[in-house]
Design a protein around this ligand. Sequence first.
Ligand SMILES: NC(=O)c1ccc[n+]([C@@H]2O[C@H](COP(=O)([O-])OP(=O)(O)OC[C@H]3O[C@@H](n4cnc5c(N)ncnc54)[C@H](OP(=O)(O)O)[C@@H]3O)[C@@H](O)[C@H]2O)c1
Length: 327
Amino acid sequence: MKYRNLGTTGMKISEVSFGAWAIGSSWGAVDDKESLAALHKAVDLGVNFIDTADVYGMGRSEKLIARLRKERSEPIFVATKAGRKLDPHVAQKYTPQNIRGFVRQSLRNLQVEALDLLQLHCPPTEVYYTPELFEALDGMVREGLIRNYGVSVEKVEEALKAIEYPGVKTIQIIFNMFRQRPAELFFREARARRIGVIVRVPLASGLLTGKMSRTTKFDKEDHRNFNRKGQAFDRGETFAGVDYERGLQAVEELKGLLPQGWSMAQLALRWILMHDAVSCTIPGAKRPDQVEDNCRASDLPKIPGKSMKRIEEIYDEYIRGDVHQRW
Ligand SMILES: NC(=O)c1ccc[n+]([C@@H]2O[C@H](COP(=O)([O-])OP(=O)(O)OC[C@H]3O[C@@H](n4cnc5c(N)ncnc54)[C@H](OP(=O)(O)O)[C@@H]3O)[C@@H](O)[C@H]2O)c1
């Protein structure tokens, strides 16, 4: 496992880290024993950074991570998120008082005195224009409730706005072979300001692993069933916003580029790591074998230039028109 700086937070983190949404909720049935085994496997393989949120199973994901931290002696950094418990989820409810309440609950769930990293959880766009909230976050850092804060964003434009606040140390954004626009202006700006970049949905919700087909069935409780058109939350969070059938066609083309011995998941993750503005990627995993497959991406050689070019062409042909200017 290789490590990269998470911007100026002082945290040096595994370039393949762990996304802990699926072990909390919204991805069909999960078994805590298996989830813990997946977390342990990640730490065995050098993962030292986990991304979670207060709403993932309403504390279930955070509490599993607290258990993991008790059972391991290695340092493990945890990033959590706040804001999505607001109901209705509107900008006016992003008050310092509400966010502080969520922070206190996460501190209890994670059983720590300070959060390593608090991220606003895809707030409505107006929130980016409320400097008073960002000042309140600076206050929480001074008080010692949080060590760093950042924003998990939906759109490139939101990322560009967020990094204007000097206290924002990290941006979490969707970036993968099906979502290439962040590599343009945003990565340049992030590098210039030494912002930590956390890449989520790296496998396009599993679509980029090449294991799905027209007949794949998803559980009733799985967002890949109930959020395909954005019925429950932003459409871009499910299959990275790509039309499922079209995505399958593009994946067939990508399969032709696989170096011998690589899995499709590894190609997807290695492609992300080719971009040096990226601090880490956080593939979600529910089982130890998935963690093993994903972590190996860090040890693989660079993707040859010819294949990088072909990946761009496949994106242009199948994906760009539907996705590029939406997020
Ligand atoms: N708004 C936000 O801030 C936000 C939104 C989304 C995600 N996130 C964060 O980003 C993380 C990653 O995104 P994501 O979980 O949505 O999507 P993802 O990482 O693109 O896909 C994860 C899913 O792919 C499947 N998978 C993982 N590794 C695999 C492998 N090696 N082979 C085959 N299948 C594999 C698993 O599902 P199955 O086994 O069920 O197929 C897994 O749950 C989340 O866990 C969360 O921490 C944050």
